[in-house]
Design a protein around this ligand. Sequence first.
Ligand code: G
Ligand code: G
Ligand code: MN
Length: 400
Amino acid sequence: MTDLTNKRVLIVDDSALHRMHAESLLKKMGVTEILQAGNGIEALDVMNASPYLPDILLVDLEMPGMDGIELLQQVMQRNLRMEVVIVSSRENALLTTVEAMSQTLGIAILGALQKPLTLERLAGVLGQEKLVVGTAPKASAYSLDAITRAIDDHEFVCHYQPKVTLATGVIKGVEALARWQHPRDGIVYPDRFIDAIERHGAIMQRFTLALLDQVLAQLKYWHSGGLSLTVSLNISAQSFADARFVNQIIKKVEDSGVEPRHLILEVTETAIMTDIGASLGTLARLRLKGFGLSIDDYGTGFASMQQLSRIPATELKIDRIFVHGCHQRQHLIIMLESAIQMAEKLQLSVVAEGVELTEDWQKLKAMGCELAQGYLIAKAMPGDQLLPWIKTESKRLRAL
Ligand code: G
Ligand code: G
Ligand code: MN
């Protein structure tokens, strides 16, 4: 269990009895600073009145005045950084929706618990790793100048996260994820620089093309060693809307001699839907050239089945909010089953993202999901570690 003794916790619940119960559980876990509020408005007042923000917010959903959902929206709008645990007597499906909404808003949500709160379950979520880390648009600590210089100095490298076939445990491909090898700060993750880059279309394009060069070199190396992998590269929404940029990608790949089918371009569902007209043309062109096309974060946007059937994609990547914990959540299973079935009908590969638990792996396998990616398999690693990783880990994966 993580050390909670220095944490400040705010309990928000309209029932004094529930607050007392939660307080006594927190005390048992060693928490000493506990604040209380009877609804959202009171909670905001408490936060305004005290010099430090709470580290953890324990929030009920149904409350008079300002309810829990409104409070979470306020917390986000005011850019207040804290970890959140939802506690409610409502049904699991509603809890999952609120959990998903919070994640989409970028809230660091530790868990959603049904009442009555028990020591075991509360300790579980407070000791656990966060479900989401840093999806919120954090203020980038790095200036655009520093980032541009780093692109030119080749300080951005790709790490590669394996994507494996569930039925066999065999690696099918990898996703390239950008890392900044900062000369002073060490390895810096995308949550510290991607947002800043996103705001500058031209820089994003330079960044992506620089990564593409690395990906192509790496692919050639793996292929020359007899390892027939695909590499997936994330393409931002704006870049994707730029036909000139897409031409540059096509040209680079053609010049490299790598077959386009070995490169999968990942575009988020939301990006495709934002400008479906323009996207369809670009997607169709890339498909004609033979590129793989993946719909990333599927389930977090609002593509209808009819729209999906028109997108010339080759792969559907189901967002991890539908994957994590699926083995014990019926409504996630229903959503997964429908995505898997649809992918099958549209003849798309289907990837479950964020597989962390053996139980989830087994459930996905039983449901006929084709591919999985996630920490259970491996985190993203430098390219030269992939071959040794396959050597040591393939037996474990076959046995999963
Ligand atoms: O592991 P991870 O922290 O790498 O990635 C965080 C987020 O940053 C993910 O949503 C991922 O899609 C995004 N990301 C990582 N690398 C790239 C990249 O090269 N280009 C773009 N556009 N997004 C990336
Ligand atoms: O789809 P997108 O490109 O946003 O996803 C890549 C992000 O997901 C990266 O930040 C990567 O590090 C992260 N990621 C990969 N596997 C897992 C996992 O099993 N659990 C969690 N929480 N994040 C994961
Ligand atoms: Mn991705």
